[in-house]
Design a protein around this ligand. Structure first.
Ligand code: ATP
Ligand code: MG
Length: 299
């Protein structure tokens, strides 16, 4: 497979500058013209992408220099878990770590909001996945201001500029990480309200999926428009050239997975990774080891 076969689906959904960004310009049901009949082909391509990812990750690990951070944000039932599972399915588990961020603990609340996620940033050579992230601080916390009240910040810092301030802090944090070798790619799985309704109903209708259903999710759905606004503004302020957002059409899972895989392959490909070159001294060492092994008497 040529890398291009999969990365070609990525560009239309990449947001490298938030200027003029409007969520309504992105259709959650978009499949780049591929019809349902293309689904098996897309799955085959995804499989190839996963294999390519596996090779690239091997080099990332061997080089032990760059790290890759993948951030996933979405409304409930948009398919974060499934996407992570499918896209990363071929990757050596040793080189990859997934962290899910739920409501902050008491200990988390004793610190600034970047504390808990910063501790989980990927080591060099690794791929780190954030299933939800510090972006919740400008999403759920923005939609429910009482959560901000609970964050124990000094009162005088709770001005109306707090959201602009947080966007700026996040941009600075991501710049800092980038300048230190961590490549950041951010994915918003963009689901339509109707598709979410269908998926919730499916969870109710299918006994094996009942466990996934949560009444709290339906309550959050009541704030749909507030969330969409918060997502739009978040992307406007935090999409940058070095840490772009990908607005992934998420109504069709097979397509969402294809685009995410393409974006991850693209990010690693751009690093022009290679296995460390063996220098003359090392070559000599290898030769000696080989000679010693060959010279060993068979027992
Ligand atoms: P799933 O439902 O598939 O298990 P999930 O990511 O939705 O995955 P939940 O336990 O259902 O996990 O939800 C986690 C909740 O924690 C979300 O509602 C999210 O908004 C909330 N959350 C995450 N980070 C924060 C934060 N910093 N402040 C407040 N709430 C947060
Ligand atoms: Mg949930």
């Amino acid at each position: 497979m040529k890398t291009k076969d999969i990365t070609r689906y990525v560009k239309p959904y990449e947001v490298r500058s938030g200027k003029g960004f409007r969520l309504r310009d992105f259709d959650p049901a978009d499949t780049a013209g591929l019809g349902a009949e293309s689904k098996p082909k897309a799955q085959e391509l995804l499989q190839k992408g996963v294999e390519r990812l596996e090779q690239l990750q091997g080099k990332l690990y061997a080089q032990d220099s760059h790290a890759l951070l993948l951030v996933f944000q979405a409304m409930d039932a948009a398919g974060k878990d499934g996407t992570i599972k499918h896209v990363m399915s071929g990757v050596n588990p040793e080189g990859c770590q997934v962290y899910s961020f739920k409501a902050p603990s008491q200990e988390d609340l004793e610190h600034d909001y970047l504390w808990r996620t910063t501790r989980c940033m990927p080591e060099r050579g690794r791929i780190g996945i954030f299933n939800r992230s510090y972006y919740e601080e400008v999403l759920v916390v923005r939609v429910h201001p009482e959560l901000l009240e609970a964050e124990k910040l000094p009162r005088k810092l709770l001005g109306k500029h707090i959201w602009k301030q947080r966007y700026e802090d996040i941009r600075n944090f991501e710049n800092y990480a980038t300048n230190n070798g961590t490549v950041i790619r951010k994915f918003f799985l963009h689901l339509s309200k109707e598709e979410q309704r269908k998926r919730f109903l499916e969870r109710l209708d299918t006994p094996e999926k009942n466990w996934k259903f949560s009444s709290a999710d339906v309550k959050e759905r009541g704030y749909w428009d507030n969330y969409q606004e918060a997502y739009e503004e978040m992307i406007q302020h935090t999409a940058t050239k070095s840490a772009p957002w990908y607005v992934i059409p998420a109504d069709n899972k097979w397509f969402a997975r294809l685009v995410v895989a393409g974006a991850v392959v693209h990010a690693l490909d751009e690093l022009k990774l290679h296995y460390p070159v063996v220098d003359e001294a090392k070559k000599k060492e290898l030769k000696q080891a080989e000679a010693a092994l060959r010279g060993e008497k068979k027992k």
